[in-house]
Design a protein around this ligand. Structure first.
Ligand SMILES: *Cc1c(COP(=O)(O)O)cnc(C)c1O
Length: 416
């Protein structure tokens, strides 16, 4: 980075600082991961200079020999990974991908049935402060006290509300969804079915959990969570929705695609097609289970208990008398990063909720296994229980740092 260092030392220092932060901390934010150096290399390329509005073979500007090659490879590899009929790799991220789908298949005021937000659903599935909630009419379903979705109740809501779109998917839920039930319910009321697999895409690509792509009309995802690619989104769908979705993306919602990002997506998809990615995905789930089990042993109440994916949700307020916000802050001091999270029907506000959400996708990438998850769970407990003791927190900070040094990250990445 010699040019950057010379011209813009402030940004250069921030990048170096962020690299050190990522190397030296236990990253448990369930939606984060570490991309490979190959993905980073693809991101920082001259593809960022190119305008390529449109799709391969039908662009608005000239000079598309290499952009077409890259986008076609990304599409081909995504199809191989997920078995989708049609793929659009241009969404800039997960939230735009969802908005693009809504605008492709719905009219203003049409009804969408999605998962209740405090029960694990995502902001883009109906939070009142989003643009989509102002345009469409969202109704929701919940989970039961045992952590499961009651599909009988879901069917009742769907039959009573008659939504145009039945939406599955979540950002803070730990159970396997019954894809077939969603399909049957959508079919029964003549609705379109959609699943947002942003969180679990890597587990699906790694064949650690079942693939929903055959069951749903439309599938959206991010590429940067468990899938371990660059920040970005993707839409997969049945052929009959392809043209509406492609048009809703461009010219409907976005302008020129970020082709350096699409190149990096293609690289990440190639990585996810390797056998080692299957080992990775399975280990992520094993690690999440180990983390949850140890936290339970230490007296933490977990929500949707018995995780079947990469997410663990704990009610720290009822089990340890600390709010999610305070727990997040204390753990950050101890070198462990995770996020505060609401629990179902949380009586505390979203800015200072009862829970924390954590997951091992990132630490699994750096090679940690069940044994390390046990250590981490014990540090979480100790830090929370000794939150006012600066000496304990700084001792744990040293121990987390020592563990990180044992599982080095970006060994060959030297920012000079
Ligand atoms: C993360 C996430 C998104 C949003 O993705 P961004 O890239 O942050 O826009 C959408 N849906 C679900 C279910 C998610 O988990």
């Amino acid at each position: 980075m010699k040019n950057l260092k010379k011209f813009d030392p402030e940004i250069y220092k921030a990048i170096k600082g962020e690299l050190a932060r990522q190397k030296d901390g236990i990253e448990l934010i369930a939606s984060e991961n570490y991309v490979s150096e190959a993905v980073l290399e693809a991101l920082g390329t001259v593809f960022t200079n190119k305008y390529s509005e449109g799709y391969p073979g039908r662009r608005y500007y000239a000079g598309q020999e290499f952009t077409d090659k890259v986008e076609n490879l990304a599409i081909e590899r995504a199809k191989k990974l997920f078995g989708a009929e049609h793929v659009n790799v241009q969404p800039l991220s997960g939230a735009p991908a969802n908005n693009i789908v809504y605008s492709a298949i719905l009219k203003p005021d049409d009804k969408i049935l999605g998962m209740n937000l405090s029960h694990g659903g995502h902001l883009t599935h109906g939070h009142p402060s989003t643009l989509s909630a102002k345009i469409y009419n969202f109704v929701s379903y919940k989970t039961e006290p045992n952590g499961e979705i009651d599909y009988g109740k879901l069917e009742e809501v769907a039959t009573a509300e008659k939504p145009k779109l039945v939406l599955a998917g979540f950002s803070a839920y730990t159970k396997q969804l019954d894809y077939k039930k969603f399909q049957e319910i959508a079919n029964k009321i003549g609705a379109i079915s959609m699943i947002d697999i942003s969180h679990i895409a890597g587990l699906i690509a790694g064949k650690a959990i079942p693939n929903p792509v055959l069951y749903f009309d439309i599938v959206t995802t991010t590429t940067h969570k468990t899938l371990r690619g660059p920040r970005g989104g993707m839409i997969m769908c049945r052929k009959e929705f392809a043209s509406a979705i492609d048009k809703a993306l461009f010219p409907g919602f976005q302008g020129g695609p970020h082709m350096n990002n699409i190149a990096a997506k293609a690289v990440a998809f190639k990585e996810a097609l390797q056998p080692t990615f299957r080992t990775y995905a399975k280990q992520v789930i094993k690690n999440a289970k180990a983390l949850e089990k140890e936290l339970q042993k230490l007296g933490f109440k977990t929500i949707f208990s018995g995780t079947e994916n990469h997410i663990v949700l704990a009610d720290v307020f009822s089990s340890k008398g600390i709010s999610g916000k305070e727990a997040e802050k204390v753990l950050d001091e101890a070198g462990i990063t995770l996020n505060k999270n609401v629990i179902p029907d949380d009586t505390r506000g979203p800015m200072d909720p009862s829970g924390i959400r954590l997951g091992p996708p990132a630490v699994t990438t750096r090679g940690m296994k069940e044994k390390e998850m046990k250590l981490v769970a014990n540090w979480i407990c100790e830090a929370i229980e000794n939150r006012n003791d600066k000496k304990v927190l700084s001792r744990i900070r040293e121990e987390t740092l020592a563990l990180c040094k044992k599982f080095p990250l970006y060994k060959n990445l030297k920012l000079k």
